[in-house]
Ligand binder design. Structure first.
Ligand code: AMP
Length: 628
C-alpha cells in the first residue's frame, strides 16, 4: 500500500515524501483510512516507535480546515519531551499546508513564551495535561471547538497520575469530538476511560505489547557486585559501535558511573533528576544527535527520551519490577532493528532472571564476561574495518603523499600496518594486558562459597539461620547534625522500605554520615527504596570489606520479624518501587521532615511547573509501573 492510496492531500504527501517515508507503517495503514472514512472513535494498542504520531497526525491534518482559526485538534501527551516531538512531527507533516499552525504547550518552561505562541491562533495544540489546565484556567485556551482529541501514551499518563486532569480536559471538549486513544498496554483504567468517554469505538492492535521485544536479545553477565563497573567497560569495549542507555538505580549511582566512564575516556553522559530542565534537554539532544554514545540514566529521567535506534540497553542493576525491565528493554530492537538488553547481575540475582524469563516468555542467555584478549581482538578488527571503509579525500591528501611516501619508503606493507594499528591500539593492549577474569570462579557460581565482598555461609549465617550472603556496609548522607541516631535510622529504613524484616547491623553515626551493615541479599531492597529520595541518599561505603569479619550484631527492627523470611520467593511483580509513600513521615530526619516533595515526579517538568504541585502529587501507587 502507498500513502497516495490512503487519499491524503497532495500537500501532505509531498511533505512525507520529503521526509523519506516510502510506505505507510502498519498502524498508519489501519488508522488513516479508518479516520478518513468512518466516524467512530478509535482505541489503538500501539507502542512508541510504531509510527503512531503519523497514524493520528496525518488524518487529522487532512481533515483540518486551515481557514478556521480555532483549536480543532488537541493532542495530550505525558511528558514535555514527547509533546515537543509530536508537535515537531506534525509541523513537518504540515509544512506545505498553508495557514496551519501547531503549538506545543508543556510544563517546565516559561509560560509567557507559550502564551505568545497561542496568540497565533493554532488549529492544533499538543499539550501535557498540567500545563493545558493552567492555560485553560487563565482563559488562554478554549476547547469548545475541538473536533479531534488524541490521548497519546494513555497508560503512561495514568501511571503519572494525570487521570483527573485528563477527565477535566475531556469534559471541557464537545461531545461531538472524535477521540483517538493510543496506549502501549491496556490496563483496566484505560478501558474504563474508553468506556466512559468514547462512543462506539473501534479497537485496533498493532503487533503485540512490546512488539519491539521480538527483536530484542536478552543476555546477562554474572559477576561480583563490586566489579560491575569493570564488567560494564568490557561490554562497551566489546561493542565499539554501541549506542545505548545504561540504566542505574539511583541518581548517585548514575552520576558515579557516568563520571567514571567519562574519566576513562568513554563518550558518555548522565541523565538524572538533579539536572535542571535545560541541562537535561542538552544531554538528551546530544544523545539523540549521537554526540553521546552512552547515556547513563535513571528510569524516571529517561522517560521522556524517545530514541528508536538504540543498539543496547544495559541494566547496570536489575530493576525490582518486571514491568520496568520490559520498558527498559523495549527501548531497543525498534523499527525492525535488532537490539540487545544486557543485565549485569551478581550470583544471588539469578532468581530474578528466572522471574523475568517466566513473565516475558523469553529465554535469557548467560554470556561469559569477555576476557582482555577477546576485547582486544574485537577492537582490533573494528579498527581494521574502519580503516578499510574510511573515506579518503584524495584531493587533500594528494599534496602530502610524495613526502609521506618518501619518509616511509623503507617500511614494508606489513610494517606499515603494524605501526598504524599500534598507533590506535596500544592503549587497549596495555589496558587489557594482564586483565583479570571477571567471571565468577566456578566454585562460587555453584554457591559453595560466597563472593568476595559478599561472603556467605560461615559466621552470621549460623546465627540467623536463613540469611545467605555476607554483609555490605552502606553509607547514608545524613548524620548526627541532622538528628540521626540508631533508633531514628531504623525508623527511616522502616519508613522508606516499608519492610521490617530487613536486618540492620553495626550502626555508626558520625556528624555528617551514618554507616550500617545490611545483608548482601537485602541490599537491593534498601538501595532501591531510597533511589528517588532527594535528601537522603544511600551508597555502598567505600572499603566495606573491612566489615566482613565484624562479629554479628544485627538487630531486627522493632515490629520486624527478624526471621529473615522476606528473602525467599520472588520480589518481582509486587509494587516494590521506592520513595516515601506520602503519609509516612515518622522517623524522617529533621532536615527532611515535613517537606512534602513531589518525589519521583519532580523530574517531570509538567508537574513541577504547577502551582499546586507540592501536595498535588498524584501518583497512583508506590511504583510508577503498575501491574497490568
Ligand atoms: P513514532 O512511533 O510516531 O514515534 O514513529 C517512530 C519513527 O518512525 C519516527 O522516527 C518517524 O519519523 C518514523 N516514521 C513514521 N512513519 C513512517 C513511515 N511511514 N516510514 C518511515 N518512517 C516512519
Amino acid at each position: 500500500m502507498t500513502f497516495r492510496e490512503l487519499n491524503l492531500k497532495d500537500d501532505i504527501l509531498s511533505a512525507i515524501e520529503e521526509l523519506g517515508y516510502e510506505q505507510p507503517m502498519p498502524v498508519q495503514e489501519k488508522t488513516i483510512p479508518f479516520m478518513l472514512e468512518q466516524t467512530a472513535d478509535l482505541v489503538a494498542l500501539a507502542q512508541t516507535g510504531t509510527g503512531k504520531t503519523a497514524a493520528f497526525g496525518l488524518p487529522i491534518l487532512n481533515m483540518i480546515d486551515t481557514q478556521r482559526k480555532q483549536v480543532q485538534a488537541l493532542v495530550l501527551s505525558p511528558t514535555r519531551e514527547l509533546c515537543i516531538q509530536i508537535a515537531n512531527d506534525l509541523k513537518g507533516y504540515s509544512k506545505n499546508l498553508r495557514g496551519l499552525r501547531v503549538v506545543p504547550v508543556y510544563g517546565g518552561e516559561d509560560i509567557r513564551t507559550q502564551l505568545r505562541q497561542l496568540d497565533t491562533a493554532p488549529q492544533i495544540i499538543v499539550a501535557t495535561p498540567g500545563r493545558l489546565i493552567d492555560l485553560i484556567e487563565r482563559g488562554k485556551i478554549e476547547l469548545g471547538s475541538v473536533d479531534y482529541l488524541v490521548l497519546d501514551e494513555a497508560d503512561e499518563m495514568l501511571n503519572m497520575g494525570f487521570k483527573e486532569d485528563i477527565e477535566t480536559i475531556l469534559e471541557r471538549t464537545p461531545d461531538t469530538r472524535r477521540t483517538m486513544l493510543f496506549s502501549a498496554t491496556m490496563p483496566k483504567e484505560i478501558a474504563n476511560i474508553a468506556k466512559r468517554y468514547m462512543k462506539n469505538y473501534e479497537e485496533i492492535t498493532v503487533g503485540t505489547k512490546n512488539a519491539g521485544a521480538e527483536n530484542v536479545e536478552h543476555i546477562y553477565y554474572v559477576s561480583q557486585a563490586r566489579q560491575r563497573y569493570l564488567v560494564l567497560k568490557r561490554i562497551v569495549d566489546l561493542n565499539p559501535d554501541i549506542y545505548g542507555i545504561v540504566f542505574c538505580r539511583t541518581r548517585m549511582e548514575t552520576k558515579e558511573v557516568a563520571d567514571k566512564l567519562m574519566h576513562d575516556g568513554y563518550n558518555a553522559d548522565a541523565l538524572h533528576g538533579d539536572l535542571s530542565q535545560a541541562q537535561r534537554d542538552t544531554v538528551m539532544q546530544k544523545f539523540r544527535n549521537r554526540n553521546i554514545q552512552l547515556l547513563v540514566a535513571t528510569d524516571v529521567a529517561a522517560r521522556g527520551l524517545d530514541v528508536s535506534d538504540l543498539t543496547h540497553v544495559i541494566n547496570y542493576n536489575l530493576p525490582d519490577d518486571v514491568e520496568i525491565y520490559t520498558h527498559r528493554s523495549g527501548r531497543t530492537g525498534r523499527a525492525n532493528k535488532k537490539g540487545v538488553a544486557v543485565s549485569i547481575i551478581h550470583s544471588k540475582e539469578r532468581f530474578k532472571i528466572k522471574d523475568i524469563e517466566r513473565m516475558l516468555h523469553k529465554s535469557f542467555i548467560q554470556e561469559q564476561i569477555p576476557n582482555g584478549l577477546e576485547v582486544c581482538k574485537k577492537q582490533l578488527f573494528y579498527l581494521i574495518d574502519r580503516m578499510e571503509n574510511v573515506e579518503v579525500s584524495e584531493e587533500q591528501i594528494e599534496t602530502y603523499m610524495p613526502q609521506i611516501m618518501k619518509q616511509l619508503e623503507y617500511l614494508s606493507k606489513e610494517e606499515l600496518l603494524k605501526r598504524f594499528v599500534s598507533l590506535e591500539f596500544n592503549r587497549f593492549l596495555s589496558y587489557y594486558k594482564n586483565s583479570e577474569d571477571l567471571n565468577l570462579p566456578e566454585r562460587s557460581e555453584r554457591g559453595e562459597r560466597g563472593e568476595r565482598g559478599e561472603r556467605g555461609e560461615r559466621g552470621e549465617r549460623g546465627e540467623r539461620g536463613s540469611k545467605p550472603g555476607g554483609r555490605i556496609r552502606l553509607k547514608m548522607n545524613v548524620g548526627e547534625r541532622e538528628g540521626i541516631d540508631a533508633k531514628r535510622l531504623l525508623g527511616i529504613i522502616n519508613d522508606v522500605t516499608g519492610d521490617k524484616s530487613i536486618n540492620i547491623g553495626a550502626i555508626e553515626v558520625t556528624n555528617k554520615f551514618t554507616f550500617f551493615d545490611v545483608f548482601a541479599d537485602q541490599m537491593d531492597k534498601v538501595v532501591t527504596a531510597f533511589a528517588d529520595q532527594t535528601e537522603i541518599q544511600i551508597s555502598e561505603a567505600k572499603g566495606s570489606k573491612q566489615f566482613e569479619d565484624r562479629k554479628s550484631d544485627y538487630r531486627p527492627r522493632s515490629g520486624g520479624s527478624g526471621s529473615g523470611s522476606s528473602s525467599g520467593g520472588s520480589r518481582f511483580g509486587g509494587s516494590t518501587g521506592g520513595g516515601y509513600r506520602g503519609d509516612r513521615s515518622a522517623g524522617r530526619p529533621a532536615s527532611s521532615a515535613g517537606s512534602d516533595k513531589p518525589w519521583r515526579n519532580r523530574e517531570l517538568g509538567d508537574r513541577s511547573s504547577r502551582s499546586s504541585s507540592g501536595s498535588g502529587e498524584r501518583r497512583t501507587s508506590g511504583s510508577n509501573y503498575k501491574k497490568r
